[in-house]
Design a protein around this ligand. Structure first.
Ligand code: NCD
Length: 302
């Protein structure tokens, strides 16, 4: 029998956290539990036999691309890949034409592209569902879902228990360009009793439009004034991101913020015994290697 449970309302495409209902999120979390058990017990099943995923990646990727492929293969499906650097994209083919072609071959498409809004543009011409696997500095909704699942697995909850006992999530790093952060704060703001603390180098603050969107969810607090030293002792989840070098207009601009923060053992000594350290990866220099063996580091946990 398949590990899938019937889903009540599936979005046509997953382009943004805004496309995903809270009911669907709960169903996905339960389904992820079943999938984890399935892989641990039998390695997979054949529920997606003869189904084909198109993995279309115009930007580098290790985890997102391989995890989509691994999931498909574990469920008996198959994958065809388009890579921006060795396909007709190099000959000048438009995104729209590539998408329309791939939608003829595949049952579903996962797209990563450097432009914000590209997944939305793809969805307008695709006959098949499109999943946004990262659109420039826009969003990365599937990473945020995984992050939510990790928080629940690590702490046993995804929100606080009341106004006096909120879940405090500190987001550290390049909050301006970090699309995983944009999706995660939108997702977390759906849940009650959550406080978000933003710590970033000057110029890399969370964009106002994301802050305002999160604000519209009445129950969430957002604080952007603390330093990492001030925030660390109250933090339940420390979500670390790298500075997104490739999004800077010049190497001078990047060198002004490069190496400006690092989570190390000295910082970890000031943190709660049950704090969780997360990172969407890749890591550059923002978490010292010595932290990897700390039991609170969840970024390589299987
Ligand atoms: C991130 C991404 O590509 O947005 N990684 C990921 O998908 N897991 C983060 C990053 O590149 O820094």
């Amino acid at each position: 029998m398949s590990a899938f449970e019937p889903v009540v309302s599936v979005p046509d495409h997953i382009l943004s956290i805004n496309d995903i209902s809270t009911g669907f999120i709960e169903q996905l979390l339960r389904s992820a539990d079943s999938m984890r058990d399935l892989v641990a017990t039998s390695g997979g099943d054949t529920s997606l036999k003869h189904k084909l995923l198109g993995c279309i990646f115009y930007e580098p990727s290790t985890r997102t691309s391989c995890s989509f492929q691994a999931a498909m293969l574990r469920l008996g499906g198959s994958v065809v890949c388009v890579n921006g650097s060795d396909s007709s994209v190099k000959k000048g083919e438009t995104l729209q034409d590539t998408i329309q072609t791939m939608a003829c071959y595949c049952d579903i498409l996962a797209l990563r592209h450097p432009e914000k809004g590209s997944a939305h543009s793809a969805s307008l011409v695709s006959k098949r569902p499109v999943i946004n696997a990262g659109d420039g500095v826009g969003e990365h909704p599937t990473q945020a879902l995984l992050d939510l699942y990790t928080i629940r697995s690590e702490l046993g909850r995804i929100n606080g228990t009341g106004p006096e006992s909120k879940l405090i999530v500190t987001l550290l790093g390049d909050l301006r360009n970090g699309r995983t952060v944009h999706s995660l704060v939108k997702l977390l703001s759906r849940f009650p009793h959550v406080s978000l603390i933003y710590v970033s180098p000057k110029g890399l603050e969370l964009p106002d439009y994301i802050y305002d969107e999160v604000c519209s969810n009445a129950d969430v607090d957002q604080v952007a004034t603390m330093t990492l030293d001030e925030a660390i002792s109250v933090t339940d989840v420390l979500y670390v991101t790298r500075i997104q070098k490739e999004r800077f207009s010049s190497s001078e601009e990047y060198s002004q913020v490069m190496g400006s923060y690092c989570v190390d053992t000295a910082l970890m000594k000031k943190a709660k015994a049950k704090m969780v350290v997360m990172h969407p990866l890749p890591r550059v220099d923002e978490i010292a290697i010595e932290v990897d063996s700390d039991s609170r580091a969840a970024y390589f946990r299987y």
